[in-house]
Write a protein that binds this ligand. Structure first.
Ligand SMILES: [Zn+2]
Length: 239
């Protein structure tokens, strides 16, 4: 009798997952060119290749998002020039000199400065647009608009040292425990913001490391996060 009950539970599980199809979202990667950023004497340029993104990084992002039934495909991974407004050098300096503790999501000087460098003509109208810059400010690896379709990632990072040391190249992927920071996790995390997820309370004690942060960093998504992300992903996919 118990076995039959267990079988029914298993069957119900199979039917449930079959009823929730995988949602596929396209990404356009913008590998920005033309900016050299210098912090503590380290001159940083963009070093990422399209094959890094379409290969190991995409595979890891999709591994992380698989439990949510959300997968990403690369529409294009292109090198593209940053805009060169008259105050270009000044805008770069704002990013180089930004300090730890400034607002992550929007409204700080660095995010405003970076927005003025991104070419709107290169933006895909409906795909997720992920921009890679050499560096995006002290201790930050990425930021994104919540529920939107744009994320900005730094390929050099000083997060691990709290900006007390010179920035280092981010890893493409990184197993736990996270010591340097990886492009794959940062992109997966920022896509989480694009799919309406926010950071959990830092005080939240968790045994598993979570993609969106909290007490411990990792790759896990909660059932609630999955439901919320799928809802936004469906909206994104429909447009
Ligand atoms: Zn975040």
């Amino acid at each position: 009798m118990q076995r039959i009950a267990l079988l029914l539970v298993l069957l119900a599980g199979v039917c449930l997952s079959a009823a929730e199809p995988t949602i596929t979202l396209p990404i356009r990667f913008h590998i920005t060119q033309g900016a050299k950023m210098t912090v503590k004497g380290k001159v940083m340029e963009n070093w990422v290749l399209p094959a890094d993104l379409t290969g190991p990084v995409l595979a890891e992002v999709n591994r992380i998002w698989k439990p949510a039934g959300i997968q990403f495909v690369v529409e294009r991974a292109q090198a593209e020039a940053l805009l060169k407004p008259a105050n270009f050098a000044e805008l770069i300096q704002v990013v180089e000199n930004s300090k730890r503790g400034e607002e992550e999501i929007a409204g700080s000087g660095r995010t405003v400065a970076i927005a003025k460098l991104l070419d709107p003509a290169q933006r895909h109208p409906s795909a997720m647009n992920v921009y890679l810059l050499p560096y995006i400010g002290a201790t930050y690896q990425g930021y994104a608009n919540i529920g939107g379709k744009q994320a900005v990632i730094g390929v050099w990072t000083d997060k691990a040292s709290g900006a007390s040391k010179t920035p280092v190249k981010a890893l493409l992927v990184e197993p736990e425990p996270m010591k340097v920071g990886s492009l794959a996790r940062t992109i997966a995390h920022e896509l989480g913001h694009n799919l309406s997820l926010q950071h959990p309370d830092k005080s939240e004690v968790s045994k598993v490391g979570r993609l969106m942060g909290g007490g411990k960093q990792g790759y896990a998504l909660t059932e609630e996060e999955i439901a919320k992300a799928r809802k936004t992903a469906q909206k994104h996919a429909a447009k």
